[in-house]
Design a binder for this molecule. Structure first.
Ligand code: SAM
Ligand code: SF4
Length: 442
């Protein structure tokens, strides 16, 4: 049996797409290899959001080149956002790559591998007319009781730093009937938790008008009504699309988790304007208040970029003060990385490396201190935990996640997929430690 290996970089959408890539290859009769060295088909599902993943990919491809030289019948395939961004150059830069495909044309990999690479063009890409939902392809799910559900592809925003609209194209929403059919199928298979995925997940539905009259809040309500689904998450919402019906649906639906990942990017209205985020600091803070009023005990996480072109010390202070004011439960923090072809990459006032690095350090310090304080507030509480498996750091413990999306390592006996009550006994900035409560006899 021929074997494949998939290496995944980047976001949750890529994690989802990789499950489809694996499903496609298994449909062709290939089995999964434990490592690249043992594989006949090597797939790289790439990211290009910042320079770092580009550099990491180059190192991985260096190894693939050596493997290919050892056995030229091996197929090396590069998919995802980097492949799309470099579509003109990829075969020049990496001549040993056999096939490349953009995020909207994953099925092309199946055509190519299925035909043994004969009679088909070397590369094909999927922006524009030819894009298709990966969600319609076969799937190899990595987790038995949790699943990603793609609700849209592409993004209509024009954030001046971001390469996503260029590589993933305009936003297209999946039809509600198709989404619900998939969620129902997953529930029948024993899935308890679904994460709805879109680059801008809460603007879902707008492009279906006037054909289908709906919006993201209604989608949440419809998924909530599916029997067997105990938890609904969604990522990433854009603050500008967090309208009243979405907040109301979050508050009303028992299975929608008390967690919102709400990327702020900067605390300075001046920088937000140059980023083209279309909200100000004040509007973001007012959204946070509305969310917290409607959903008690809500966990809030965010994404923040430091060193955006033109960011002054005063702008950065505004970011620090916003972090102190909101008190996020966690944050992904990034140094601004210029991406060729984006508006911000050609802005004149790029911030020097050492200033960006020093700001990141100060930001991470504040984020971690506050996250540790927020998690410590959970000590003594009983949290509902979805059991995911054995702890990664101590095999004697189980691992799971709270509704607020914090990982918990705990003493207990729950089976994978079970929801169990756990008393929290200790906390770090990112994890909790606890003990499962004994089942109360009926
Ligand atoms: N669609 C989501 C949104 O609007 O918030 C997230 C998209 S992106 C995959 C995830 C995060 O990467 C962004 O929220 C942003 O913080 C970060 N990011 C995007 N472009 C970047 C760049 N050029 N440099 C540094 N960070 C970047
Ligand atoms: Fe990028 Fe902005 Fe779209 Fe998010 S909303 S994917 S940051 S352009």
């Amino acid at each position: 049996m021929k074997r494949y290996h998939v290496t995944t970089f980047g976001c949750q959408m890529n994690a989802h797409d990789s499950e489809r890539i694996k499903g496609l290859l298994e449909d062709l009769g290939l089995g999964e290899a434990a490592s690249q060295d043992d594989a006949d088909v090597l797939v790289f599902n790439t990211c290009t959001i910042r320079e770092k993943p580009d550099t990491r990919l180059a190192a991985y491809l260096g190894n693939a080149k050596v493997l290919k030289e050892r056995d030229p019948s091996r197929i090396v395939a590069v998919g995802g956002c980097y492949a799309e961004a470099q579509r003109e150059r990829i075969f020049d830069r990496y001549p040993f790559v056999d096939v490349a495909f953009g995020p909207g044309s994953i099925a092309h990999l199946q055509d190519w591998v299925g035909a043994g690479g004969h009679g088909l063009p070397r590369g094909r890409f999927g922006t524009g007319e030819t894009r298709a939902f990966a969600a319609e392809l076969p799937q190899h799910r990595e987790r038995s009781t949790q699943a990603w559900v793609q609700v849209s592809m592409g993004c209509n925003s024009v954030c001046s730093y971001c390469i996503v609209p260029k590589v993933r194209g305009r936003e297209v929403s999946r039809r509600p009937g198709e989404i619900l059919a998939e969620v129902e199928r997953l529930a029948r298979d024993g899935v308890k938790e679904v994460t709805l995925l879109g680059q801008n997940v809460n603007s879902w539905g707008r492009d279906l008008l006037p054909d289908v009259r709906t919006e993201f809040g209604e989608l949440l309500r419809a998924v909530d009504a599916v029997e067997g689904i105990e938890r609904i998450r969604f990522t990433s919402p854009h603050p500008k699309d967090f309208r009243a019906p979405v907040i109301e649906a979050m508050a009303a639906c028992a299975s929608v988790c008390e967690h919102a990942h709400l990327p702020v990017q900067s605390g300075s209205s001046r920088v937000l304007k140059r980023m083209r985020r279309t909200y100000s600091r004040e509007r973001y803070l007012s959204l946070v208040s509305r969310l917290r009023e409607a959903i008690p005990d809500l966990a809030l996480t965010t994404d923040i970029i430091v060193g955006f072109p033109g960011e002054t010390e005063a702008d950065f202070d505004q970011t620090l003060s916003l972090v102190e004011e909101v008190r996020f439960d966690g944050a992904f923090t990034f140094i601004y990385s210029p991406r060729a072809g984006t508006e911000a990459a050609s802005m004149p006032d790029q911030v020097p490396d050492e200033v960006r690095g020093e700001r990141l350090e100060r930001l991470v310090h504040a984020v971690q201190r506050i996250a540790a304080e927020r998690q410590a507030e959970r000590i003594g509480r009983v949290e509902e935990v979805l059991v995911e498996g054995r702890s990664r750091t101590d095999a004697a413990l189980l691992r799971g996640r709270t509704r607020r999306n914090t990982t918990v390592n705990f003493n207990g006996a729950g089976a994978v997929g079970e929801l169990v009550p756990v008393r929290v006994e200790a906390a770090t900035s990112t994890t909790l430690r606890g003990t499962q409560l004994a089942a109360v006899a009926a």
